[in-house]
Design a protein around this ligand. Structure first.
Ligand SMILES: [Zn+2]
Length: 323
């Protein structure tokens, strides 16, 4: 199955759509084209990686453009055989006023719904607070997420540069708002920072899922705590290689996580930046990381249970699991 539980809308902008929207917005023409602006040439570090993702930011200022990008993201996922796509999106980068933020979020949700209805592939929107934003801004994002909880928003996340902005305490109040609205909680953690960041995300923010978590492997005590607590780790091997979290995809700790009993799900993070979509990441698990059919079967089961889905869609996906 292809269940994508960690993928950023900003990382799924088609280069040809970027070129068209740039012309509409009157952005300067790029001599190397949008493909080069968006795509990484090879592994770098998290800061460079995030700069590439940020090249798409000008296209989320208007609800119409955001709706189109979201619709195309779900269309692309459907075309590549996805069973479910959970998209995350950081609206405060594009709009600070809470009404405008809500309009962009509703447009994104509408674009996703249009493509999901047409393709039959369900999708859910996770709003991302950002580490470099203030508590007040992230509380606004959480209020918008809560307001749109019945309109396609299913979860809440914290993203951004973990090395430059490691502290979680300023974001506790935003996560309190999101949890009170019944949203699923995930958090990018231990991607660039140490293993303890993952435990903090669980204990301080109420995360049930951890984005990346590659450094959890460095601390045996945190590793067994994560396994015992049933915390789900969203792994994205190629992304971790491109951000410099690991030296090569073969060094990804997925096999050690599996052996320690950590619940694992898969995502492609920013496929336009890395050129690696979810199907590719699944192939990495078998070709480079030694996953067999039984391991993939468990990954699928965990993905269906850990997805921020309503019960009807979850039941339908359960029906597709191998018996
Ligand atoms: Zn991510």
């Amino acid at each position: 199955m292809l269940i994508n539980l960690h993928s950023h809308l900003e990382g799924r902008v088609r280069p040809e759509t970027a070129a068209e929207l740039a012309a509409i917005e009157g952005l300067p023409t790029l001599s190397d084209g949008w493909q080069r602006a968006i795509r990484l040439g090879g592994p770098a570090d998290l800061t460079v990686y995030l700069e590439k993702v940020a090249s798409t930011y000008p296209f989320f200022r208007t609800p119409d453009a955001a709706r189109r990008i979201a619709r195309e993201a779900v269309e692309d996922a459907a075309a590549s055989g996805h069973d479910y796509l959970e998209l995350r999106f950081g609206p405060a980068t594009h709009a600070r006023d809470e009404r405008r933020m809500r309009d962009v979020v509703l447009a994104v949700a509408e674009g996703m719904r249009e493509a999901s209805t047409a393709s039959g592939v369900p999708s859910g929107l996770v709003l991302a607070a950002l580490r470099h934003h203030t508590a007040e801004v992230n509380e606004s994002v959480a209020r918008v997420a809560a307001l749109c909880a019945g309109a396609g928003v299913v979860g809440f996340d914290l993203a951004g540069d973990e090395l430059l902005h490691p502290a979680l305490e300023p974001h506790i109040s935003a996560f309190d708002i999101a949890r009170a609205a019944g949203l699923g909680i995930t958090c990018h953690a231990a991607e660039a920072a140490s293993a303890h960041a993952a435990r903090e995300a669980v204990t301080l923010l109420g995360a049930t899922r951890i984005g990346h978590g590659a450094h959890i492997i460095d601390d045996p005590e945190v590793l067994s705590w994560v396994a015992d607590a049933g915390v789900v780790v969203e792994i994205c091997p190629t992304s971790n290689w491109y951000t410099g979290a690991i030296a090569s995809v073969a060094d990804h700790p997925a096999p050690a996580f599996r052996d320690a009993g950590v619940r694992l799900v898969l995502g492609d993070d920013n496929p336009m930046q890395t050129g690696a979509d979810l199907r590719y990441e699944r192939a990495v698990l078998t070709a480079d990381l030694g996953f067999d059919d039984e391991d993939l079967d468990l990954l699928d089961r965990t993905s269906v249970e850990a997805a921020f889905l309503e019960d009807g869609t979850r039941a339908r996906l359960r029906g597709r699991l191998s018996p």
